[in-house]
Ligand binder design. Structure first.
Ligand SMILES: NC(=O)c1ccc[n+]([C@@H]2O[C@H](COP(=O)([O-])OP(=O)(O)OC[C@H]3O[C@@H](n4cnc5c(N)ncnc54)[C@H](O)[C@@H]3O)[C@@H](O)[C@H]2O)c1
Length: 339
């Protein structure tokens, strides 16, 4: 679909509608909120600013600083919305450090959203799942109905959220769609967020002329999705009638090793990068990941528009023209964050 056609569809679907975005001050949420605001939707964001930043939320959007763990707040906001994008979540690193907080947010927060949606007249809830639930797959590319093997507390909680979505669809008819993202990257992903993924950290190092640190041998692979493509798929999951009760992989179908990624980032920045291999971390326990996106192509009529190289070039231009806070002293070094 052309960009103009997509913009038109989004405007027709969302203009004047009340939309709630939990986690809307985050990386993906912020990009989604800007698209919805451009489409003249009446958007409210619920975000506790754990990793989110208030400045990514446009001034036309109401920002409620609060937690999805707060059942009363969630109930009030969902009651006012006709579409809910539920993106608030503790990320994999925070989750590994504190699985109980992850459980409260990623599972408890999702349950709060679904209970509120069940008791109100929401037209659609879109839940942002994660391809981390596939663990080390038996075969690739991974299909949506391949068995999940959750290898981290984060994968457990993201899968738990999905399972609740499915149960609420089956038992109460809550109109839910799930998008399972695969390593989203791009403009807006800040390297000064200690939890950001590998791409933002590699960029920061390459621009500063520092070596790129790779955990393990660098032959682990992922399927990297450009932010605008992830946002398009998410919007279409809310728009398409047939998406109700369905789960969609959101990726590219292309497998890239971390070593290749590092070389591509060097090219996008225009420098020869030094690569240092350091110890593998516990959270880097997934060797290969690439997803089958045929279902999203067919049912959402979506396909990724931005190649990895183009996405990296856009990201490089944005990183160069932006200023970031100094990295936190305890920030995790460049890493393959398998979210
Ligand atoms: N970025 C990826 O590669 C990726 C991959 C798979 C899945 N996802 C999912 O997509 C969603 C968005 O991820 P992102 O990359 O934008 O991460 P992010 O950390 O930038 O955004 C998450 C947002 O949720 C907010 N949040 C966290 N706990 C909250 C709480 N208790 N109440 C309210 N808000 C809370 C954070 O402050 C942040 O603004 C998440 O659900 C994540 O699990 C992302």
């Amino acid at each position: 679909m052309t960009e103009a056609k997509m913009t038109d569809q989004v405007a027709r679907a969302f203009s004047g509608r009340r939309v709630l975005v939990t986690g809307g001050a985050g990386f993906v949420g912020g990009a989604l909120v800007r698209r919805l605001a451009d489409a003249a939707a009446r958007v409210t964001v619920l975000d506790d600013l754990f990793t989110g930043r208030s400045e990514v939320v446009p001034t036309s959007v109401q920002l409620v600083v609060g937690s999805v763990v707060d059942e009363a707040v969630v109930r009030d906001l969902v009651a006012d919305a006709s579409v809910v994008f539920h993106m608030a979540a503790r990320n994999i690193i925070a989750s590994t450090k504190d699985p109980r907080e992850d459980f409260a947010t990623n599972i408890g927060g999702t349950l709060n959203v679904l209970l509120a949606a069940r008791d109100s007249k929401v037209d659609r809830v879109v839940y942002t799942g994660s391809t981390s639930i596939y663990g080390n797959p038996r075969s690739i590319p991974i299909n949506e109905d391949d068995p999940p093997v959750a290898l981290s507390p984060y994968a457990v909680s993201k899968l738990g959220g999905e399972l609740y979505c499915n149960a609420f669809y089956e038992n109460y008819g809550v109109p839910v769609s799930v998008v399972r993202y695969s390593n989203v990257f791009g403009v807006g992903q800040r390297p000064d967020n200690p939890y950001c993924g590998v791409i933002a950290k590699f960029f920061a190092a390459a621009i500063d002329g520092k070596p790129l640190q790779i955990h393990g041998d660098g032959e682990q692979t992922r399927d990297y999705t450009y932010i605008d493509d992830a946002v398009d798929a998410t919007l279409l999951a809310a728009i398409r009638p047939r998406a109700e009760g369905e789960v969609f992989n959101v990726g590219t179908g292309i497998e890239t090793s971390v070593n290749d990624l590092a070389a591509k980032i060097g090219r996008a920045v225009g420098v020869d990068v030094d690569i240092v291999h350091i110890d593998r971390r516990d959270i880097d326990n997934i060797r290969r990941r690439v997803v089958n996106i045929e279902k999203a192509r067919r049912m959402l009529r979506w396909s990724p528009q931005v190649t990895l190289s183009t996405g990296l070039e856009r990201t490089a231009a944005w990183m160069r023209s932006s200023t970031f806070d100094a990295a936190e002293p305890n920030a995790t070094p460049a890493a393959l964050t398998p979210s």
